[in-house]
Design a protein around this ligand. Structure first.
Ligand code: NDP
Length: 329
């Protein structure tokens, strides 16, 4: 089987040379382990942080070792009484065609409820991030105006729609191209704008002339600064990500208006999807119902084959994805 190793630690923007395709002998599963043929794997923004040496809430990837991340595959050999060959499981040993996974690191998924890829996106970690961010972190109240950045991506597109489904009065989003802005209106955003078009502040004011109550921040930097400026008193900012800064080699200057948070009594709260594991069952049940009822839409952008995974990761960081970026293996 083949796997992708980290070849070197990128400084600033990674390149495909920072990754290496390796051919390895597939191990036999021992007692309590599963051998899984991965069908689909996820590339996610947080993986950029794991390419750095710096310890974070997840340990760094190791040079010369396979990268890791969410994947869904079929059990082909089981050393566990809990799983049988043919089961479809979600686990964290992505970036490889075959994975040996301890039974306690695998979760069975129901391919009858949704396609396997959905468990890496709308029904998986990104969906839970959106759900927890809107409902728990931002504590959305009915009638409020919500602004979502990176709104055509996996988390952002779910966050905007969940806000709407939970009674937001107005939902607006920013994204990186006219096609993405058109997609936002097709899934029920009230307004959207391309953040490359002119002044961010003016674009947000046009989209949300009366200001905003909730900002779901996927981008950080200038987006965060402009959102702070547009917040109503007692507004909440769910700090989900800061993708505009992940490949920067120097610290950002924005937001320069943080002092406004006092007068406006804003709440800025960072969070991780992992903090909300106890919401998962409720989230999956509710999201599955929305999907079945046609109330929640999602898109996926696929790259084909393991060798395309590094490029897929880079394409996602550059915004070439609509919805969730995935690699079919
Ligand atoms: P997306 O599907 O949204 O893909 C990333 C998108 O980011 C790209 O498509 C691109 O879209 C946008 N982007 C890239 N660079 C910039 C930039 N400089 N300014 C504005 N937008 C940019 O990825 P995810 O949905 O997986 O993740 C979205 C965010 O959520 C990330 O910040 C991620 O780190 C965070 N996250 C946080 C989690 C948590 O637990 N806190 C869990 C999961 C994700 P465009 O064309 O619009 O620029």
């Amino acid at each position: 089987g083949r796997e992708i190793h980290l070849a070197s630690r990128p400084l600033g923007w990674p390149s495909e040379d920072d990754f290496r395709l390796a051919e390895v002998v597939v191990a036999e599963p021992r007692a309590g382990e599963l051998l899984v043929r991965n069908q689909v794997m996820s590339v996610d923004p947080y993986m950029r942080g794991r390419m750095n040496e710096i310890p974070s809430y997840v340990p760094p990837f190791e040079i010369g070792r396979p990268l890791e991340g969410g994947a869904v595959g079929t059990v082909i050999e089981s050393g566990s009484a809990l799983f049988a060959a043919g089961d479809v499981v979600l686990h964290q040993a992505g970036w490889r065609e075959y994975a040996v996974v301890p039974e306690d690191a695998a979760t069975r998924v129901d391919p009858g409820l949704a396609p396997p890829s959905a468990y890496l996106g709308v029904l998986g970690m990104p969906g839970l991030t959106a759900y927890a961010g809107i409902l728990e972190v931002a504590a959305l109240q009915p009638g409020e105006t919500v602004f979502v950045s990176a709104a055509a991506g996996a988390v952002g597109s779910a966050a905007g729609q969940i806000a709407r489904l939970k009674g937001a009065g107005r939902v607006v989003g920013s994204a990186g191209s006219p096609e993405k802005v058109a997609y936002l209106s097709s899934i029920g955003f009230d307004a959207g704008f391309d953040y490359h078009d002119g002044a961010l502040r003016r674009s947000l004011r046009t989209a949300a002339p009366d200001g905003i109550d909730v900002y779901f921040d996927n981008v950080g930097g200038r987006h965060l600064e402009v959102a702070i400026g547009a917040m109503h008193p007692h507004g909440r900012i769910a700090m989900c990500g800061a993708i505009s800064m992940y490949n920067a080699d120097e610290s950002p200057a924005a937001p320069r208006n943080l002092a406004l948070c006092m007068g406006k009594r804003l709440t800025l709260r960072g969070f991780l999807a992992g903090d909300f594991a106890d919401l998962r069952d409720r989230f999956v049940a509710e999201a599955a119902e929305w999907l079945n009822g046609g109330e929640l839409h999602y898109r996926e952008t696929f790259a084909e084959g393991l060798d395309a995974a590094p490029r897929a990761f880079l394409d996602m960081m550059r915004g070439r994805n609509l919805g969730k970026m995935l690699v079919r293996l």
